[in-house]
Design a protein around this ligand. Sequence first.
Ligand SMILES: [Zn+2]
Ligand SMILES: [Zn+2]
Length: 335
Amino acid sequence: MKALILERPRDIAVREVQATGPAACEALLQVRLVGLCGTDLNSFRGRNPLVSYPRIPGHEIAATIVSGGSATLPDGANVTVYPYSQCGACAACLRGRPNACQHNQTLGVQRDGALREFISVAPNKLFPARLELQELCLVEPLSVGFHAAARGEVRPGEIAVVIGCGGVGLGAVAACAFRGAETVAVDVDDHKLEIAKLAGATHCINTERQELHASLQEIAQGRGPDVVIEAIGLPQTFRAAVEEVAFTGRVVYIGYAKEPVSYETRLFVQKELDIRGSRNALPEDFREVIRMLEQGRFPARETITTVAPLEKGPELLSDWDATPARYSKIMLQVS
Ligand SMILES: [Zn+2]
Ligand SMILES: [Zn+2]
């Protein structure tokens, strides 16, 4: 079967690989469409410390069950795949939070992913949905933002702020809106803010033109927002989250900071904050995203920049690397 293989950083090609049959208790899937995200771009650039080479990328998956289905997951059904693994023995797994498993291996990162014609997966990692293939590919990336909103315990009527409206941040915006919060999207890019509005943001702040503190004070009538979700990873936005959030508010970090961040830690104490990290997603986050997409409440079309055959993968990744602003979401048709 054909596969897209990242031999080493910046060396990527479509070539034939040996097909392996499914292990006992696994379902065989024909891969249809795979989305690429920043993780894949970083693997291509050699800047993802978790990836080893050679590697077949692909963890945002739409596939059709070929064999090994069941009554609830019949052969022929379209599904998306939960791409994380769990060791079952670490502290996170024992606490029922396998998304943060210490020994997690994500498809396409620590083990080969879905950019090949067939993969085999345990049935408990398959999620069926009445969705188009393109929407099925959006479930995993959106679920990461949904998990952040769950970590922030965002409730109806609360004011939730999402700083950064890239792929992950946009999922968090959609999640906060889906949970009934008054949702504030913050970015420096008007186009991203427009899409955030379509995803349910009630207020948009472009910090190139508007002052973040004054705008949030006005929206939250001087109290500050109940929840702030940081989805960029810069020192100044990490700090802004604790500075802007209300007294006794919640702060959730999903952005990965690339350098140490210095804090006015008295704010943690003085405001008695709940500060939480958020990583990957849980199966219930997948189910919540599917519910939202099935209700047609997400601007799927507007977020996808390019859909192209697998053979275009090497060219598209090189072009994305050279001109990152040109693309938001690339999807590759595998079969
Ligand atoms: Zn991804
Ligand atoms: Zn574990």
